[in-house]
Design a protein around this ligand. Structure first.
Ligand code: PEP
Length: 257
């Protein structure tokens, strides 16, 4: 039995206005019992513009759902037009922040050094970074997925202390499976998640590797979550499209039933 609490996080990407965000949070809260929300940590990751709405909905009714942002600046403050800092996110009550999502790496040219700086900025502000790694189709074709993802993770965690690493969440998201409907097989997910845990064990020790949570992400839905969660090194999911539909995300959180 794993001592790790499963964590399901809904990455809303650039979807939902404040009214839709409020409605979705209310639906999730109405469909999941406090026990379900305690047994499986449930997180929503709205766009910045919805964070205050989500905070109000969750705080107002003392809901057990957690929330966070999809990105943050590596800087505390300053002349960085359009950016949002970890200080600001912490003030809004965020618990989590995604760093290194493949869409940020692709569209905003984020490299491992920047992902590392963002992970450090998150931790400095008491936010838990959800550090994303994952290979594209070419790397998968060449059979290099493990080496690729371990290298990305090593870069993202550079300079972090063991106690910091034990707090973070890692998300393995093969790019060819994101938003494509092509889910990795449970064995594909296990192969890389297991290798990431082994790499963490090698660098930071078995105790850290034992407690760190590793998610799979890529076309997760109600229909495939149980098989993915049955893998020993998969502790949850980072969910895009299916997290926008209350019924789907609720089923994903209830994978154990
Ligand atoms: C994601 O963007 O993190 C993701 C996994 O998306 P989807 O579930 O839509 O594939």
């Amino acid at each position: 039995a794993t001592p790790r609490t499963p964590i399901m996080a809904g990455n809303w990407k650039m979807h939902l206005d404040h009214r839709e965000a409020n409605l979705l949070v209310q639906k999730l809260a109405a469909s999941l019992t406090p026990k379900q929300l305690t047994d499986v940590e449930t997180v929503v990751l709205p766009p910045f513009t919805d964070l205050r709405t989500v905070q109000t909905a969750i705080d107002g009714d003392k809901l057990l759902i957690k929330y966070g942002a999809q990105d943050l600046s590596p800087h505390k403050n300053g002349a960085y037009t359009g950016d949002v800092s970890g200080v600001m996110l912490a003030k809004l009550g965020c618990s989590y922040v995604v760093v290194g999502h493949s869409e940020r790496r692709q569209h905003h040219h984020e490299d491992d050094a920047l992902v590392n700086a963002k992970a450090k900025a998150a931790l400095a502000n008491g936010l838990t970074p959800i550090v994303c790694v994952g290979e594209g189709p070419d790397v998968r074709e060449a059979g290099e997925q493990v080496a690729h993802c371990v290298a990305q993770l090593t870069g993202a965690l550079d300079g972090l202390k063991a106690e910091q690493v034990s707090k973070i969440v890692v998300a393995y998201e093969p790019i060819w499976a994101i938003g494509t409907g092509k889910t990795a097989t449970p064995e594909d997910a296990q192969e890389v998640c297991g290798a990431l845990r082994a790499a963490i064990s090698g660098k930071h020790g078995a105790e850290v590797a034992d407690v760190i949570r590793i998610q799979y992400g890529g076309s997760v839905k109600a229909g495939n979550i149980a098989a993915i969660m049955a893998q020993p090194d998969v502790d949850g999911a980072l969910v895009g499209g299916a997290s926008l539909v209350a019924e789907e995300f609720v089923s994903i959180v209830r994978f154990q039933e």
